[in-house]
Design a protein around this ligand. Structure first.
Ligand SMILES: [Zn+2]
Length: 127
């Protein structure tokens, strides 16, 4: 059985209302949902805290004006196992990349792509 700790949390009204909607939609309770969200956040933020052989999916969305910058970053990288480039209905370029390599290199590529992207997210598969 998992030991649970209780503490008070205050949320912005808008976040609280979203949380309420989500708990109802998922048929769970606030504590369980916040626990899941906190675990996912910590996993994502702590992933690069230790060096390791990493692999995962990088998703980035960016405007056509920076396509050459992104192409240069990706072409210079030796991390890419798979690359899919497509266009969103909103006219953005979207990259879906499967990366494999040292966590330091993955972190650097993610940071560089993030700097020129509208949105960038890395989802590790090496948990
Ligand atoms: Zn990793």
């Amino acid at each position: 059985m998992t030991v649970r700790k209780r503490f008070g949390v205050s949320l912005e009204q808008e976040v609280f209302e979203e949380l309420e909607r989500m708990t109802k939609a998922l048929g769970t309770d606030r504590s369980r949902l916040i626990s899941i969200a906190a675990r996912e956040y910590l996993t994502e933020k702590l992933h690069f805290a230790r060096r390791h052989e990493c692999e995962g999916v990088l998703i980035a969305s960016y405007t056509a004006e920076v396509k050459n910058d992104v192409d240069k970053l990706l072409e210079e990288s030796n991390l890419i196992v798979s690359r899919t480039h497509l266009h969103s209905r909103g006219g953005c370029c979207v990259e879906v990349l499967y990366l494999r390599g040292s966590s330091d290199s993955v972190w650097s590529l993610q940071a560089a792509v993030t700097r020129v992207s509208r949105a960038c997210r890395y989802v590790p598969m090496c948990i």
